[in-house]
Design a protein around this ligand. Structure first.
Ligand code: FMN
Length: 146
């Protein structure tokens, strides 16, 4: 079964709710969704998934430090082993959202392949945002089957 890893950080619950909406989209395609907090996610998780999705709040126009820590810990041990792995990005924010660019730079450094536009959500995901997040999950699941 195709496996999609969803790595996120959340303090207030907005990004966590977004992560579970992405997971719904993954599962709707019959793929496995593994939702994990960035602080609890490591090298093996990144190596063993077929696709990965990164979620973060916008903190000072940058990703959350805990997600950056995940990237810092996993960069060397996964180098050359995740080239071209499909990835996606979602960000919750308070009116900005440009933090997606910092995550996108990481995707490029890791040589992952972003397969969809980043999903930006203001505050807690509403119905419309949940739909966009589910679509992101669905797209990641579909590309994992290929
Ligand atoms: C320390 C801190 C810095 C923030 N900086 C920004 C920012 O630069 N731009 C923005 O749009 N929102 C900013 N926010 C708002 C959060 O991105 C927003 O509330 C987000 O949805 C919180 O996600 P969470 O509930 O998953 O923790 C900031 C919040 C905190 C706590």
């Amino acid at each position: 079964m195709a496996k999609v890893l969803i790595v996120y950080h959340s303090q207030g619950g907005n990004t966590e709710a977004a992560a579970y909406a992405v997971a719904e989209g993954v599962r709707s395609e019959g793929a496995e969704a593994i939702v994990k907090k960035a602080a609890e996610t490591g090298v093996d998780d990144l190596l063993s998934c077929d696709a990965v999705c990164f979620g973060t709040p916008d903190y000072f126009s940058y990703m959350a430090g805990m997600l950056k820590d995940f990237f810092d810990r996993t960069f060397y041990p996964t180098q050359g082993q995740v080239d071209d792995k499909p990835c996606g990005v979602f960000v919750t924010h308070g009116g900005g959202g440009s933090a997606w660019e910092s995550v996108d730079r990481m995707c490029r450094s890791f040589r992952l392949r972003r397969i969809a536009d980043p999903v930006l959500v203001r505050g807690k995901p509403d119905e419309e945002a949940e739909k966009r997040l589910r679509e992101l999950g669905s797209a990641l699941a579909k590309v994992s089957w290929e």
